[in-house]
Design a protein. Structure first.
Length: 544
């Protein structure tokens, strides 16, 4: 018998007491009945006053672990999320307070199991409609006992976000308290919130009238290109116009390409960064389709042609995309695998028929496979792409590249972006080469299996160089594992993005609040996970 079943008996107890008192009063005078009533009220009042407090007849408070969990959930989980919860958290979640809003779609697991209005009406008898579960150890046994397949299947397709534990206290009777928050493995309200709040944080923290200024006071063409892509994908015309107006006024070269480095009111390096120009051209073309703007299309086409003229070099009859206009001046050409963007070249081919962008797609994939497999001066390769690789113009062979006396063969803050770009090409084109390349990321899958995360920097042979994780490293590994091992990708996503989000007054950030690069790549990783990077050029997308 559950303790709260006593509630059902209370009305009948009161009725019986009423009948008993009525029978008693029928046998006494009105004066005596009044006296008895006063005495009964006085007795009750004296009892309450003696105890010092008025206690409800029945109540149940969340334990300390649950109260700690409630505070975190209120601050980190979107209010529109659908949650399956413990009974004792229902009231707090359905009312605003504890530093957060009400959660109207939080329901007890008992209701999900037994109430058709909740099971079918809210969750549609489908675990995929559940966003989170708030559970205690062994609660899965209740799911089984009540045939709660919605909760059970949701739990079997979820990853632990956070656990709160309160150990027993000496001299007190309460046992250890443990509450767990699990996120179900699908995109939903959480991703919408992270993308919106992440973009808001970047704008409020780094944007100055359209310029995205990093902690050193520098604006790069890369940061501007990322802002333009975000705005084109999300349909934010105001943000797009601010970023593009500043870019045109300050770093746009006469041939339509971008100077890559600006500081203190002036361009300090007039060279181009191929990835930034590629991303900007793609953003301009997508924006021209989204908003039917011929001027943006013209600017995008002009930039595509400038990319070819400045950064594409032909070796043995094959065109290769180089790292920039500076990269072709010696016999060893500098290539950056993380710059390769086959999904963009497919669109470039449509608007620039004078150049063979399809062949650039072919050479890019060939470099990716070869550079990842080749030892590059080491005894072996872990199958990871390098930050940079050289292309010998005389032989057409890949060779290690030395830049600024650094080991450019490492898998580091550049190379990790490679997997994200290949994953996006797979989403847009279905190219079998993209699928095959992503499925070669077994080294990263094994790292996640061992540690639940990936390091920031590895040698080309897989030697761990920088143990701490990085957001761009997480983005790259997630992109590969979404194809190779979705469960591992979900582990990374929950551990490194959902659990580590920090809520500021102007939005959400990850890692150091002054690290623009970390915010950008966490946003891109989340958008890929949420399938929120549509091919706007080929598929009409309504503006929000």
């Amino acid at each position: 018998v559950f303790d709260f079943y006593v509630l059902l008996a209370i009305p009948f107890l009161c009725l019986n007491l009423g009948v008993l008192v009525a029978m008693l009063f029928d046998h006494v005078s009105n004066w005596m009945a009044g006296t008895l009533a006063v005495l009964m009220v006085a007795a009750l009042s004296t009892g309450y006053l003696a105890s010092g407090t008025l206690m409800p007849l029945y109540q149940e408070h969340p334990d300390q672990a649950a109260r700690d969990a409630l505070v975190w959930i209120k601050q980190h989980v979107p209010a529109q999320s659908k949650l399956i919860i413990r009974d004792d958290m229902w009231t707090d979640l359905h009312e605003p307070g504890l530093g957060g809003p009400a959660f109207p779609n939080a329901h007890s697991h008992w209701k999900v199991a037994s109430d058709p209005a909740i099971r079918s009406g809210v969750f549609h008898d489908d675990w995929r409609t559940v966003d989170y579960l708030v559970i205690i150890p062994d609660l899965e046994k209740d799911f089984v006992a009540t045939n709660n397949t919605v909760a059970l299947d949701a739990l079997h397709n979820a990853h632990l976000v956070k656990r709160w534990t309160i150990a027993p206290v000496a001299g007190k009777l309460h046992p250890q308290q443990t509450v767990e928050l699990w996120k179900v493995d699908h995109a939903g309200a959480t991703e919408t919130s992270l993308l919106s709040a992440g973009a808001a944080y970047m704008s409020s923290r780094f944007e100055q009238n359209g310029a995205y200024v990093d902690a050193s006071g520098t604006v790069t063409s890369e940061a501007q290109s990322y802002a333009l892509l975000r705005a084109a994908w999300t349909g934010d015309r105001a943000s797009f116009d601010r970023a593009w107006n500043w870019t045109q006024a300050n770093i746009l070269a006469s041939d339509g390409s971008l100077h890559w480095l600006w500081r203190n009111g002036a361009v300090v390096d007039a060279h181009v960064a191929t990835d930034a120009d590629t991303d900007t051209a793609l953003a301009l073309l997508m924006a021209s389709k989204r908003w039917n703007d011929p001027a943006l299309r013209a600017a995008g086409v002009r930039m595509v042609q400038a990319i070819w003229q400045r950064t594409v070099v032909t070796v043995n009859g094959v065109p290769y995309l180089t790292g920039g206009d500076w990269a072709t001046r010696t016999q060893i050409i500098a290539l950056n695998p993380s710059y390769f963007s086959p999904y963009a070249y497919r669109i470039f081919q449509e608007v620039d028929k004078d150049h063979d962008w399809n062949e650039v797609i072919n050479s890019s994939y060939q470099v990716l496979f070869d550079a990842s497999a080749a030892p590059l001066g080491m005894a072996k390769s872990a199958g990871l792409p390098p930050d940079w690789v050289g292309l010998d113009q005389a032989t057409g062979q890949l060779v290690p590249l030395h830049l600024d006396n650094k080991d450019s063969t490492q898998y580091s803050y550049d190379a990790t972006r490679t997997y994200w770009r290949v994953a996006l090409d797979l989403r847009w084109s279905g190219d079998g080469r993209a699928n095959a390349y992503l499925r070669q990321a077994g080294f990263l899958r094994d790292e996640v299996a061992r540690k639940g995360e990936v390091g920031a920097v590895y040698g080309h042979d897989g030697t761990l160089i920088e143990k701490k994780s990085s957001m761009v490293g997480t983005a790259g590994a997630m992109a590969a594992l979404l194809t190779l091992d979705p469960a591992a990708a979900n582990t990374l996503y929950v551990n490194e993005i959902v659990s580590s989000s920090n809520y500021g007054t102007t939005g959400i950030y990850w890692g150091a609040p002054t690290d623009l690069y970390a915010q950008e790549w966490t946003w891109f990783a989340t958008a890929l996970y949420a399938d929120a990077l549509p091919d706007v050029w080929h598929n009409a997308v309504p503006t929000p």
